[in-house]
Design a protein around this ligand. Structure first.
Ligand code: FE
Length: 386
């Protein structure tokens, strides 16, 4: 038998698959056989001792923890692993996990030893969701499950986006790519792109319209732990300190505004509410501002004033009522001025309306530049530009 440093070449490289029975979550350990540098995908808080024991058992040094998305069904141990094992944390840019050291964009890579993990943006289950490619393995999180896929009815999910992620991103991989899902509820371990492409009952052979109709008719129960898990996962599983806790409470409107709308919320709290499905975000800026400066994925555009002449939008009342759909509203503008006026009007209409402090761009700094002193973009919450 061949021994020595090249012996690993004779064995196919496989991830270590670990299972959390309480949430049916798979955690994956990938490592470089020579350097022993390791990477963990979707670690689960309650399993941190198991994960640390696995690293010890294999003689591995944890260099990265990576999330496929901000989970609603379990809490990540990424923050604690960073503290205990010295790992760096990475998460998809669009997930609002502000504590992650690296905010991944489509095509970004993470190195561990001589190995490389590549991020693929696969939105749909959530707006920020990613899959990760390593050699001939793809880790699909809740985007693609074995003979299934993640739900799309909360956390800025979109059945249309998921259809495109499945058919145009994942199914474009070679058929023999091994699929490692984020969950399985029936004891199955892995699949392949070729098999899912032809046999996945949610998506195989379906048009986008058929897939969307199916996803919108699922009527799934709300995840049991969503209210606890999503906020915790937005901070890598670490609970908020005293300052953080304060920032995560709405503040009553002060001074002359007292009692005229439901309250002021930090951009982070607004995003948490949107992610958990308890609030709808309405962007009250003009079409031109969203177009030129950028927008928040999933926010409903209802202009307060509109060009030309910044006249009040005559359809505001009707549009904002439709946008709310019975949920509370968080209102976003450029710097938090128009959103107060819009929140007052929405309150008069009987809606529970909050103003998002600082707005999309924040106040101008001493050089009259915006985006450097607070605001949605400054706080690195998800946004896009056309
Ligand atoms: Fe999920």
């Amino acid at each position: 038998m061949m021994v020595g440093p090249v012996s690993h070449l004779r064995f196919p490289m496989k991830p270590i698959q670990l299972f959390d029975p309480a949430s049916s979550t798979y955690t994956y350990v990938l490592f470089d056989q020579l350097s022993r540098d390791a990477l963990l995908i979707d670690p689960v808080d309650e399993q941190i001792d198991r994960d640390l024991a696995t690293l010890r058992e294999y003689g591995l040094k944890l260099v990265w923890t990576v999330e496929t998305h901000a989970h609603a069904d379990h809490i990540t141990s990424a923050g604690r692993l960073a503290e205990l094992a010295g790992a760096k944390t990475a998460a998809p840019l669009g997930c609002g996990i502000g504590t992650a050291g690296v905010q991944l964009q489509d095509g970004d890579t993470l190195k561990f030893g001589g190995e490389v993990l590549k991020a693929l943006h696969t939105p749909g289950h959530t707006a920020g969701s990613m899959s990760f490619l390593w050699r001939n393995h793809v880790f699909t999180g809740d985007t693609l499950l074995i003979n299934g896929c993640g739900r799309t009815d909360f956390q800025s999910g979109s059945a249309e986006a998921l259809y495109r992620s499945l058919t145009q991103v994942l199914f474009a991989l070679p058929d023999d790519t091994i699929v490692w899902p984020g969950h399985d509820y029936q004891g199955r371990s892995c699949s392949s792109i070729g098999r899912e492409k032809t046999t996945n009952t949610r998506v195989a052979g379906k048009t986008e319209a058929e897939f969307v109709a199916l996803m919108n008719s699922l009527n799934l129960p709300r995840p049991r732990r969503i209210d606890e898990a999503v906020p915790a996962n937005l901070t890598s599983g670490l609970r908020h300190d005293a300052d953080g806790a304060l920032q995560m409470q709405p503040l009553p409107p002060s001074g002359a505004h007292q009692g005229t709308y439901a309250g002021d919320v930090s951009p982070e709290l607004a995003w948490r509410w949107v992610q958990s499905g308890e609030a709808v975000m309405v962007d009250v800026r003009t079409d031109a501002e969203r177009e030129w400066v950028g927008f928040v994925p999933g926010a409903v555009p209802v202009a307060w004033k509109q060009w030309p002449g910044m006249a009040l939008n005559p359809a505001f009342d009707q549009q904002v009522r439709e946008a709310a759909g019975g949920k509370k509203l968080v209102l976003l503008c450029r710097s938090g001025v128009r959103s107060v006026a819009a929140a007052k009007r929405a309150t008069e209409l009987g809606l529970e309306a909050y103003n998002i402090l600082e707005g999309f761009e924040g106040d101008p700094d001493a050089d009259a530049h915006r985006g450097r002193k607070g605001g949605w973009r400054f706080r690195e919450l998800p946004w896009r530009q056309n």
